[in-house]
Design a protein around this ligand. Structure first.
Ligand code: CA
Ligand code: CA
Length: 90
């Protein structure tokens, strides 16, 4: 019974993640195919004022699309928090 409960919990988590990142690449800001603390650092640098060309291989448009983790059309400190949650759930 305990095993079944755990599996149901995992499935629920996966459904939530799909809702947050429907395009799969959201949050991958250094374009290495993974979403992890390196992307979090890249996003923090951008929000801190670094130009995209110096912190990411992505085009500016693609960077901004992937960096808008919470999907509100802007890239700011709220997306840092959203990316932290996304990484924690993986
Ligand atoms: Ca990455
Ligand atoms: Ca945003």
């Amino acid at each position: 019974m305990r095993d079944i409960v755990l599996v149901e919990g995992n499935n629920h988590l996966n459904v939530e993640m799909t809702a947050i990142a429907p395009l799969g690449l959201i949050g991958d800001l250094n374009d290495d195919g993974a979403i992890n603390v390196l992307d979090l650092t890249t996003l923090e640098l951008y929000v801190g004022g670094y130009p995209i060309s110096q912190i990411s291989p992505l085009s500016e448009a693609e960077f901004l699309r992937r960096a808008d983790v919470n999907g509100d059309g802007k890239v700011n400190v709220l997306d840092i928090t959203a990316l932290e949650i996304l990484i924690a759930q993986r």
